[in-house]
Write a protein that binds this ligand. Sequence first.
Ligand code: PRP
Ligand code: HPA
Ligand code: MG
Length: 180
Amino acid sequence: MNNDILKTLYSQQQIQKRCQQLGHTLDKVYRGKRPLVIGVLKGAVIFMTDIIRNMDTYMQMDFIDVSSYNGGTKSSGHVKLQKDIDTSVKGRNVLFIEDIIDTGRTLDFLQKLLRGRGAKSIRICTLFDKPAGRLVDVKPNWVGFKVPNEFVVGYGMDYEGYYRNLPYVGILKPKIYENK
Ligand SMILES: O=P(O)(O)OC[C@H]1O[C@H](OP(=O)(O)OP(=O)(O)O)[C@H](O)[C@@H]1O
Ligand code: HPA
Ligand SMILES: [Mg+2]
């Protein structure tokens, strides 16, 4: 897999350090609020498991599965709900955990969905933010790192389902996805 990466953007060590910092910040914010922490499948799984272990806060977790890239490098423009959460969000403090916000479509869809179900508060923590990709106005409350307007993989982020298990994040060589 390493051979397919053009450039490393953030190392495993940098990511782990940032997870600790963000976890401690969220710990202070959510202490006593019993949040429902929702991971957005599949990309957020790796970050979710790292961040919550840096929080000494009573919380519950759930997962929602939406997809719009279908494994490729371009958003289809249509966010499809593949699997819903099992928990009621009415009156709950919801914290979304995401791997990346790019066009903003995924989180725009999810915020609207849970607002309609009566969540008390909805906040977003994303490890990566690609502001130059934004097509819909979504503002995360906490961001780990910014990434340039390139297709990035690793630490949960995929191309055709691969590379999620890379412990670091890098730019994928365009030759991997060109002529597809
Ligand atoms: O801001 P956006 O343009 O909506 O892009 C961000 C979303 O796209 C990716 O998910 P994807 O739909 O590829 O599903 P996956 O998490 O299963 O890879 C990523 O994990 C985010 O959830
Ligand atoms: O740059 C990206 N890489 C992987 N998945 C993504 N989903 C949105 N943007 C990206
Ligand atoms: Mg995702």
